[in-house]
Design a protein around this ligand. Sequence first.
Ligand code: 26V
Length: 818
Amino acid sequence: MFELMDGFLKNDPGSLQKDILHHVEYTVARSRFSFDDFEAYQALAHSVRDRLIERWHDTQQHFKKKDPKRLYFLSLEFLMGRSLSNSVINLGIRDQCAEALSQLGFEYEVLAEQEGDAALGNGGLARLSACQMDSLATLDYPAWGYGLRYQYGLFRQIILDGFQYEQPDYWLNFGNPWEIERVHVSYPVKFYGSVTEEVVNGKKCNVWTPGETVEAVAYDNPIPGYGTRNTINLRLWAAKPSDGYDIESYNTGDYINAIVNRQKAEIISNVLYPDDRSYQGKELRLKQQYFFVSASLQDIIRRFKDVHGNFDDFPDKVALQLNDTHPSISIAELMRVLLDEEHLGWKKSWNIVKQVFSFTTHTVLPQALEKVPVDLFQNVLPRHLQIIYDINFAFMEELKKKIGQDYSRLSRMSIVEEGAVKNIRVANLSIVCSHTVNGVSRAHYELLKTRVFKDFYELWPEKFQYKTNGVTQRRWIVVSNPSLCALISKWLGTESWIRDIDLLAHLREYASNSDLQQEWMTVKKINKMRLAEYIETMSGVKVSLDAMFDVQVKRIHEYKRQLLNILGVIHRYDCIKNMGKDERKKVVPRVCIIGGKAPPGYEIAKKIIKLCHAVAETINNDDDVGDLLKLVFIPDYNVSVAELVIPGSDLSQHISTAGHEASGTGSMKFLMNGCLLLATADGSTNEIIEEIGLENMFIFGAKINEVPALREKDSTIKAPLQFVRVVRMVRDGYFGFKDYFKSLCDSVENGKDFYLLGSDFASYLEAQAAADRAYVDKTKWSEMSILCTAASAKFSSDRTIEDYAEETWGVQPCKCPF
Ligand code: 26V
């Protein structure tokens, strides 16, 4: 049935077509003479999956033979989005698939749209993991990703009357062709119970008698590299009841209840927690963390032991990367396994543990640092709590020798936080037990050293590093902007930049070439057209393609300052309304686009969404303003929507209060797509400025170091009149919902304005005006746009991953021959 070449599936259109028809009939179980777009998508996906599996097998075989040091990337979140287009591009079979389908009467692009998003993550951190997996595969690193297979991904955002409502994301309802269920790869994960001291073989031991066992079953997701046969694995764990689960009920004869109770085990991997940047020490969250970490470590140790007789080589063969503190319980778990199951003793176990973990932190907000109440820990993982206490005791002793009796510093650095509620500070545990702590941009690293982890930096300066984030050009140019991709390849005379991103810098040489400029802007226009169509379908608003598309898409949070953007739009509206006819002729038409999800419990963020809709309602229905200004909210922003929005943007906003965005990665995707940035000097923007130059961006606002002093200042001095005026418009009910918006207005006035909207407002408006002036000069604007793409090379996740491999993990590429 399948056409093989040298034992491999063939990739010509004819063979692909046969495979697709085979899957229509035998996998999708439809007649090959009658199937619809979705069924054709399923059959295509299965045909691609077959090819992924071949490569996956070869890669794993090769890794096994070579036994290199492997990187294990532990993350509670992976925001993969759709897989089809990414896979066919990385496999190099995009055109063949399109041809095979066209002969069957289907259009490739239409089928690709049938796929839903895999949204097993919240935002920045989760999409970063996905980009990094793509780079790890492409650069041939012997890596594995480990995470949780949530039944429900990130909630869907529904907008009714301008208010956000959350709906569950039933992403598995229509099947998932990209995963392979491994019914035989499963491990028991234990919770609760008690610890007793016992004498085993003449030695005193702590014995944990758990109270509950849940089975972790593996689902493998092949991740293909681009231009290589290497295909790595993302292994996600699903919770299933173990054979012994709730055995008591069976014994008491309550058969029906016993079956019903068994389902409770599955709750662990049911749902992804939305990120609201505050940890509340929830039992289920702790269980999720331990569940995936325990299963992953059992899997990693089994693989290691298949080849190695003892643990001496463990640090030379295993690198464990902690993606934020979410998987940090793995530190205590590895210690427990080595101590209690492998009986290596404390010294040897600790020596191994401290060599294998590296930790990357993704936050600057202290309230986002994870803390788990000791009581909760004691109940769920009593043995792990003991181990953490022992680690902390040893650390405190060592620290006292170094710094003496400085009790306030000792208590700040302790892993255990004393107080009314005793907590485990997971970040402190991670720092103490990792060989390296990474920040995600240079600015973030400076903040870690001087503020967030100052005490630790002073103790162990050599532990601290940073790897500026990056995004994959495969997803963010090749998949999402095929016309730009073709144009870049044409002008560079090669497609090699898709693997070797530094080549992109050569675009600089042609930035002032009028032919390129013209072709470049034509591509932008086509992408704007696609976006305009989408906007019209989603919101019913017709937008002009001559207008500047000005976009802010990201999670809604006060520190990201979508409110500053909206107040700026109100100001623009107010100015237009007060202009005469002649003055209006000079106005640069704008379409302001905002999109993003508010955390379900975050009241102010939800009000910002409502305000955006209320203002949009007024502006978009004002015929007097017409095409000069439109405001639209794009609902349910996700990876697929981003793939549509980013290529069609002229200007994008990254306007967090300086010192609050650890890095920001959205800006890098816009940069790659030739979109100009209007931004504060926060996170990775500082490094973007270095690459592209201030003259090609619109930078405004207080600098990181100025923020603390500004917060001290009297608020009445800070806010300019224009600011007072626009806030007053909202307060007075110009956009309706007067009472509802009161608390939102209060949050930026009356001495509160913690995120400094008032004090940055004037310079924000200046930056906006500078963007208007630049947009009028089409030649200049096209040149700047080309320079953006040319300057984006540094922000490829390929660069980030190479730096991690070299400076943090100590892993080398292991390329699969063929
Ligand atoms: C926190 C929580 C707390 C409640 C439970 C669920 C949950 C999930 C995630 C988080 C922390 C998310 C941290 C995060 O996404 N940070 C972002 O990481 C990006 C990649 O490094 C970076 O570009 C952004 O600046 C940073 O905000």
